[in-house]
Design a protein around this ligand. Structure first.
Ligand code: F6R
Length: 592
């Protein structure tokens, strides 16, 4: 959702391009840099990927002050004119922006009346012109005045010809500062700068930053100096760790990651919630977006079997604007791989404002969500770079099940024998995941058969319904085949009308006790000419099937989703799609 970067230090052009490659997962519509050379701002941009940008940057371009941007288009089409950085009319300020300036039309109108000419349709360009308007003799004062004019969510990095510094302003979009022997970094992604920086600071909302050769200073919007806490940067994997598609690599890591998620959970102190707090709960909301929401949907479905508290899955953006009772007896588990999803962060803020208990479940240490929540637990999935989330889903599921089981244990609704059975089932997951992955040749063959389907429907009952939702999301986002998920019983209440030749139905059934039910659905569907593929620990006569390893029902969804992730991957590959960077999407959605 746009990646921004800035570096003050030698070799900043190369570093910025390297950073933009890393940040490309946040948007890949266009990219650009602005380098300060001999007191002038030199801007290079291009539509498309970083390779194209690199081809327009002179190889000998050298600068010790560069800012850069990868774009996921929100305001204005994908075009050269709408690519960042934007410069002020007098070429004295260059800006890169992640977020949305909600009052940009009003600002644009005022500036236009004063004669400013705009060259793009973006909200971001406005910021460069507002900076020019406020500049008298002191850049810091102009930056603070600009910050006070902006409404919305933004992290903005600014370069200027008026002095040798970089500046930044931040409200509600992620921004980190990294310090290294080579220089100072400003970036929207903590993992990106952690590859070079030894110390990192996660910048709080409504902060202005000035980076000079003498160091980094932080200010509030009144211009008062504020102190910032730095912590040791944690090195993370880099994109060079793979030579193929990230998605396939990430799916293949699932068994190992499942080994780490449980040990990580206990090494971090387990639930991390006092018994009194668990006892006062009246309801638990599982809040997230997309795949993260689906993991909450699934964990809620499983945990209802042992919980006496209402567990309610809610899509984060629905929670923000809907009416959901929230008080001191409410626990909101906010699930986010990136920890930067704007909808989830806004939901966390609303829960906290209404007196509820916020609990983050995330893959990203020091992400914005961690700072918004009272309790935090990590899912230990390792870096996930493919836009389509895979291994994070499996690890989220396990972490959520451990959390909900621990709460039920504290409340006395899950006895120690059942709790132990659940833990034993979790321990067996890595091996089951390996067996599920071993079937990939067959899954690939089936994917070749479904790739030309006019539509694909995923059906399942209870726990399998949420697995269906996740399977369907995976397929549509990377193959662009139309797909939908339904509770299997709902089919005959409307969707059966769509069954015909050319349609494929993926029928998921992890519960052998429901075999007859799924067999009945299969007959209804095949009688209308559609084709069925079952995903179950058994086969059904007359249709293709992917055989799942036997698992306890409480954890079956962690494994059942693996063939669906592979099916989506192979179907997308067969259609020649860019599986890691599907059209119109970005990995980290930092705007509402
Ligand atoms: C789907 C996918 C998205 C994300 C969603 C939430 O494959 O990746 O649906 O799950 O945007 O992202 P996080 O988990 O980072 O909050």
């Amino acid at each position: 959702m746009c990646g921004i970067f800035g570096m003050l230090g030698g070799g900043s052009v190369g570093r910025t391009v390297e950073a933009l490659r890393y940040l490309e997962y946040r948007g890949y519509d266009s990219a650009g840099i602005a380098a300060s050379v001999n007191g002038k701002l030199r801007v290079y941009k291009s539509v498309g990927r970083i390779d194209r940008l690199q081809s327009v940057i002179p190889p000998d371009l050298d600068s010790d002050r560069t800012i850069g941007h990868t774009r996921w288009a929100t305001h204005g089409a994908v075009s050269y004119d709408n690519a960042h950085p934007f410069v002020s009319s007098d070429n004295s300020f260059a800006v890169v922006h992640n977020g949305i300036i909600e009052n940009y039309l009003a600002l644009k109108k005022q500036l236009s009346l004063r004669g400013t000419v705009f060259t793009s349709q973006t909200d971001s360009e406005t910021v460069a012109h507002v900076l020019q308007h406020h500049y008298k003799t002191d850049v810091l004062q102009a930056v603070i005045a600009t910050a006070n004019c902006l409404a919305g969510a933004y992290a903005i990095v600014i370069s200027t010809t008026h002095d040798g510094n970089l500046y930044a302003i931040k409200d509600k979009s992620p921004l980190v500062v990294g310090l290294s022997d080579d220089g100072v970094y400003l970036c929207s992604d903590v993992r990106c700068v952690s590859r070079w920086a030894s110390k990192v600071a996660v910048v709080p909302d409504k902060t202005v930053i000035a980076v000079s050769a003498n160091g980094v200073e932080f200010y509030d919007y009144d211009g008062k100096r504020v102190t910032m806490q730095y912590f040791d940067a944690e090195r993370s994997e880099t994109e060079t760790d793979t030579c193929g598609d990230f998605m396939l690599k990430e799916i293949s890591e699932i068994p190992d990651r499942l080994r780490q998620v449980t040990s990580g959970y206990y090494a971090d102190g387990g639930l991390g919630m006092p018994r009194e707090l668990a006892l006062q709960l009246r309801r638990i909301y599982m809040i997230g977006c997309g795949t993260a929401y689906n993991s909450g949907l699934h964990a809620a479905s499983v945990a209802r079997a042992f919980s006496d508290v209402d567990i309610i899955p809610v899509i984060a953006s629905e929670y923000i604007y809907g009416h959901y009772p929230t008080d001191a007896g409410t626990l909101a588990i906010l699930i986010s791989q990136s920890g930067e999803t704007a909808d989830t962060i806004r939901a966390a803020e609303k829960v906290a404002a209404q007196g509820g208990i916020t609990y983050a479940v995330t893959n990203t240490k020091s992400s914005s969500l961690c700072f918004k929540c009272r309790c935090v637990n990590y899912i230990y999935a390792g870096g996930e770079f493919a836009v389509a989330s895979t291994k994070a889903y499996n690890c989220q599921l396990v972490t959520l099940l451990l959390i909900l089981a621990d709460i039920a244990r504290l409340r006395g609704t899950l006895d120690s024998a059942r709790h132990q059975r659940l833990l034993d089932s979790v321990k067996a997951l890595p091996e089951s995941a390996e067996r599920a992955l071993a079937d990939s040749a067959r899954i690939k063959r089936l994917a070749l058969q479904i790739k030309d389907s006019s539509a694909v429907f995923y059906i399942g009952r209870v726990n399998d319904y949420s697995t269906a939702c996740e399977g369907s999301l995976k397929l549509k986002e990377i193959s662009y085949i139309h797909s939908e998920a339904y509770p299997a019983g709902e089919l005959k209440h409307g969707t059966l009308a769509l069954m015909e030749r050319g349609v494929t139905v993926i029928a998921i059934c992890t519960e052998p006790a429901l075999k007859q039910k799924i067999a009945a659905s299969v007959s209804e569907i095949t009688a209308r000419g559609a084709r069925v593929i079952t995903v179950a620990p058994f086969t059904i006569d007359g249709c293709d099937g992917i055989i799942l390893p036997q698992c306890d029902a409480s954890v079956g969804g962690v494994i059942a989703v693996i063939p669906l992730q592979l099916l989506a991957y192979y179907a997308a590959k067969a259609l020649n799609r860019d599986v890691d960077k599907p059209r119109n999407l970005a990995k980290s959605v930092t705007v509402e």
